[in-house]
Design a protein around this ligand. Structure first.
Ligand code: HAM
Length: 421
């Protein structure tokens, strides 16, 4: 057991880290473009925040939270998502005092006690975006376009944007009643989970993965037909804005999302080649959450993208760049006596900002040269007894194979001329 990580977790090894950095760089550049600033909140929060924020009848709260009591007897939960925590930070630090619209993003690990499979883990990472403080449908459009632009900028195709409106506390109860009336006769045939959802959260029946439930809910009334004037206008504005921006979307009346805080706009982006875990992005408006968490009534919208799924998608489309080694120079020593001189040279190279390294394991010349090739070093700087005596090094261009003797004092200038060309 000591040599295996917990089920549903993954180590990100050095080669994979390069891929993560590649994706994270794209995230930062797209957020910069759209004016979203990074926020970093703690990995754990008071359990109460998620109970109130996400909703007590959701799968996340009922079955998936990593919760524990700490030594001070506080109820703590590893964050299963970050919207509630960002709202908590927004209120705690009165971010509303600085600007009416806070545009925030985050990248980080989330924790859910899910059934692990490809694309579904117990520790996974999200890139999320939250715009807190505006009710304008243009912000909904901006957020959706940001998500699409990010995924497209990575080169992904076959993306499908689904949108829906889940209404507001004014119109949703009307819809809920209609839906319950429709499902009433079918109650006995619904799966166990949906039978309990019938009273507590009947809209979740619409996106149940059970085939029988999907069949039974065919022909169910649609939220779009029950929207109040305000929600209807908002939804129409959003659709028009997306059309104007040439963003393709599909209206999906079954899209209800698995968290309770959503109002009005709900959306998901699917990448179907991922099969069962095809949702790469999910989000929506949550105009009631800030008040629920103790603030004043404040409209907000956001999304989160699952980064493991994005990386799987990039791999499927062979879009991950080759990360070749980019070392400027590897310092190679011929004998143990040359090592201290070599080390001094290494320090000087690094001071001069050359990416450089040396062998610390006392390996043979052949192994060190192999290493220079493996790490993609542009130059090998070879030092032996003679070089130490003469105050020189042998500079070998690893691409052409040419080598020349260079006085140690001229090495940095020489490399500047060669590498920085
Ligand atoms: P969510 O739909 O629960 O929404 O998660 C968003 C995305 O996180 C999913 O589409 C998926 O890509 C990824 N994800 C979720 N669970 C897992 C898992 N177990 N393993 C791997 N990836 C996973 C939220 O979390 C909301 N906070 C989004 C939001 C932000 N809504 C408004 N603002």
């Amino acid at each position: 057991m000591l040599t295996m990580g917990p089920r549903g977790t993954k180590d990100i090894l050095p080669d994979a880290s390069e891929q993560w950095r590649f994706v994270e760089t794209k995230i930062r550049s797209v957020c910069d473009l759209y004016g979203y600033k990074e926020i970093r909140t703690p990995i754990f929060e008071h359990t109460e925040l998620f109970l109130r924020g996400i909703g007590e009848t959701t799968d996340i709260v009922e079955k998936e939270m990593y919760s524990f009591t700490d030594r001070g007897k506080r109820n703590i939960t590893l964050r299963p998502e970050n919207t509630a925590a960002v709202v908590r930070a927004y209120l705690e630090h009165k971010l509303y005092a600085d600007t009416p619209l806070n545009k925030l993003f985050y990248i980080g690990p989330m924790f859910r006690y899910d059934r692990p499979q490809a694309g579904r883990y117990r520790q996974f990472h999200q890139f999320g975006v939250e715009a807190i403080g505006a009710s304008n449908a243009a912000v909904d459009a901006e957020i959706i376009i940001l998500a699409v632009q990010f995924l497209k900028a990575l080169g992904l195709t076959e993306l499908k944007l689904n949108i829906n409106s889940v209404g507001c506390p004014k119109c949703r109860p009307v819809y809920r009643e209609k839906l319950q009336a429709f499902l009433h006769d079918k109650l006995d045939e619904l799966c166990h989970d949906c039978q309990s959802r019938y009273d507590r959260n009947p809209m979740r029946v619409l996106d149940c993965k059970n085939e029988k439930c999907a069949e039974l809910s065919q022909g169910a009334p649609e939220m779009a037909d029950c929207l109040c004037d305000e929600c209807n206008t908002h939804f129409n504005q959003l659709k028009n804005l997306l059309k104007t921006a040439n963003i393709e979307f599909v209206l999906n009346p079954r899209l209800v999302r698995g968290l309770d805080y959503y109002t009005k706009t709900a959306f998901e982006i699917q990448y179907s080649p991922l099969g069962a875990q095809s949702a790469v992005c999910g989000g929506g408006r949550y105009d009631g959450l800030i008040e629920e968490c103790g603030g004043s009534s404040t409209p907000a919208i956001g999304f989160a993208i699952g980064l493991e799924r994005v990386l799987l998608a990039l791999e499927k489309q062979s879009l991950l760049p080759d990360f070749e080694g980019t070392l400027d120079a590897l310092v190679v020593t011929l004998d143990i006596e040359s090592q201290s001189v070599a080390f001094k040279i290494l320090c000087d190279l690094r001071k001069a900002n050359f990416k450089s390294d040396m062998d610390f394991a006392g390996r043979s010349l052949k192994s060190q040269m192999k290493q220079a090739n493996k790490v993609g070093a542009k130059y090998a700087i070879i030092i032996g007894e003679d070089e130490v005596k003469e105050g020189s090094v042998m500079l070998k261009n690893m691409q052409t194979g040419e080598q020349e003797k260079v006085e140690t004092k001229d090495l940095v200038d020489k490399l500047y001329a060669e590498v920085r060309d």
